[in-house]
Ligand binder design. Structure first.
Ligand code: NAP
Ligand code: HSE
Length: 440
């Protein structure tokens, strides 16, 4: 495959997310080139920061000549074909995005505050200049919810969204609930982990979630929404006592965003700390994870779940948008099966390992369990439990089920052991195997 010409990226911001984008392109750049049929070689051509002297913690060294403190060089440099805005805020970020669009350079941004507050102006410029803005990372970090709304659900009326769309506040509530931390300590942890906004007030006062809710609602319902029309309250008022009360009543406390369109067409959009039943799926969304349930008229209910903040998950979305922008430039839209390696191989199922539940149909006589256990031991399979339930319909039956719970072992060992067990006189039919998966 001949080397693809590189597409230069102007990266505005090299903090948590910006440096994550650099790292991802360092580690997965070749994979991206291969997956785009060799057409897309992404190269960071310029990096905008505030402080040139700051130490940068990255994979590989970043050539110092890439750094600048003058955003205009990103726009003016002919090597920069795509501008990625990751500085945050709504002033300098606005100037950079607007200038890039006017220069015909596609923009990628993760800045929900900017799009919620000034998106109408920017998308007007985008439309006028026929230059796209990609913003997957602006809502729910690594979860591809924006692309799903723009593409996969385009044929749906969206009835509602409900979900957890701020990772920092979910992290804080979780640490207060599970580790009994106070609010300030939990917030400091979230900041250290790179989850919080530069101004963490936005995370805890509900406005970061509200900005994201506004973006979702605008995509779904197609009219400009004034942020002032969203009812927003954050988690600053949540006390350990509230969490304890919730627990005693069978609830957990989550910062929820609720968006729904009523029958008269009016849209309800609000962000509030809420009690939800422990049994609700959103109650199991822990740590920095986000989850968004979308209800469309044709697709029905869909649930999106994943990491909603943090360096790598967010970089994953930004890089996907950069590739999307590059596709627009290089016109390589082939998205089918692209063979790009000859070294792939499949793992035989016999070499896959889990624990197991195995049910045997046996003749009810003393020693049956020992006979089966001996064969399993010969194949180095450990037993964590056995059970032989009495048939309630016929306690005197000659044939009974015996259940074995087995420790983790290669499936091949189990297959060989069961082939032998099946030959025992006391075993009447082929054993039934369930894998016990520890997912996660
Ligand atoms: P960050 O760690 O604070 O990094 C901001 C970067 O922008 C820094 O490199 C800073 O330069 C640079 N910068 C800020 N203002 C500047 C200015 N006026 N001129 C030039 N450079 C400037 O922020 P982040 O967490 O990476 O977030 C960046 C954006 O991504 C925000 O819009 C945020 O909402 C969004 N986002 C973040 C996450 C996340 O998990 N962190 C997830 C989704 C979306 P110095 O390094 O020199 O200070
Ligand atoms: N501060 C945001 C959060 C980052 O915690 O969800 C992701 O948008």
């Amino acid at each position: 495959m001949s080397a693809a010409p590189s597409i230069g990226i102007g990266l505005a911001g090299f903090g948590t997310v910006g440096s994550g984008v650099w790292n991802t392109l360092e580690s997965n750049g070749e994979l991206i080139t291969n997956r785009t049929d060799g057409s897309t070689r992404l190269e960071i051509a310029r990096i905008l920061v505030r402080d040139l002297a700051k130490a940068r913690n990255t994979t590989g060294e970043v050539p110092s000549e890439l750094f600048t403190t003058d955003w205009k060089t990103l726009i003016e440099d002919p090597a920069v074909k795509i501008v990625v805005e990751l500085i945050g805020g709504t002033t300098d970020a606005y100037d950079i995005v607007a200038a890039a669009l006017k220069a015909g350079k596609p923009v990628v941004t993760g800045n929900k505050a900017l799009l919620a507050e000034r998106g109408a102006e920017l998308f007007a410029i985008s439309r006028e200049t026929k230059t796209p803005i990609h913003f997957e990372a602006a809502v729910a970090g690594g979860i591809p919810i924006i692309r799903s709304l723009q593409d996969s659900f385009i044929g749906n009326h969206i009835h509602s969204f409900s979900g957890i769309i701020n990772g920092t506040s979910n992290y804080i509530l979780g640490r207060m609930t599970d580790a009994g931390l106070d609010y300030e300590t939990a917030l400091k942890e979230a900041q250290k982990l790179g989850y919080a906004e530069a101004d963490p007030a936005l995370d805890v006062n509900g406005w970061d979630a509200a900005h994201k809710a506004l973006l979702l609602a605008t995509l779904a319902y197609g009219f400009p929404i004034d942020p002032a029309e969203i009812h927003v309250s954050g988690i600053e008022q949540v006390r350990p006592a509230d969490i304890k009360f919730a627990k005693n009543l069978g609830y957990v406390v989550k910062l929820l965003a609720i968006i729904r369109q009523h029958k008269d067409g009016a849209v309800e959009c609000r962000v509030q700390p809420s009690f939800i039943a422990k049994s609700n799926i959103l109650a199991s969304v822990h740590d920095v994870f986000n989850a968004v349930a979308v209800h469309g008229d044709t697709v029905g209910e869909s649930l999106f779940y994943g990491r909603g903040a943090g360096q790598n998950p967010t970089a994953s979305s930004v890089v996907a948008d950069i590739v999307e922008a590059a596709r627009g430039i290089e016109l390589s839209n082939h998205r089918g099966f692209l063979p790009y390696t000859e070294s792939g191989s499949m793992r035989p199922v016999s070499e896959t390992s889990t624990a197991y539940y195995v049910r045997f149909d046996v003749t009810d006589r003393p020693g049956v369990i020992a006979e089966i256990a001996r064969v399993l031991a010969d194949h180095e399979i450990g037993i964590s439990g056995t059970h032989s339930p009495v048939n309630p319909d016929d306690p005197d039956a000659d044939f009974v089920d015996v259940v074995f719970l087995l420790h983790t072992c290669p499936f091949g060992n189990l297959q060989r052991a069961l082939a032998e067990v099946e030959k025992l006189d006391c075993v009447n039919s082929e054993p039934v195997v369930f894998r016990i998966e520890s997912l996660g």
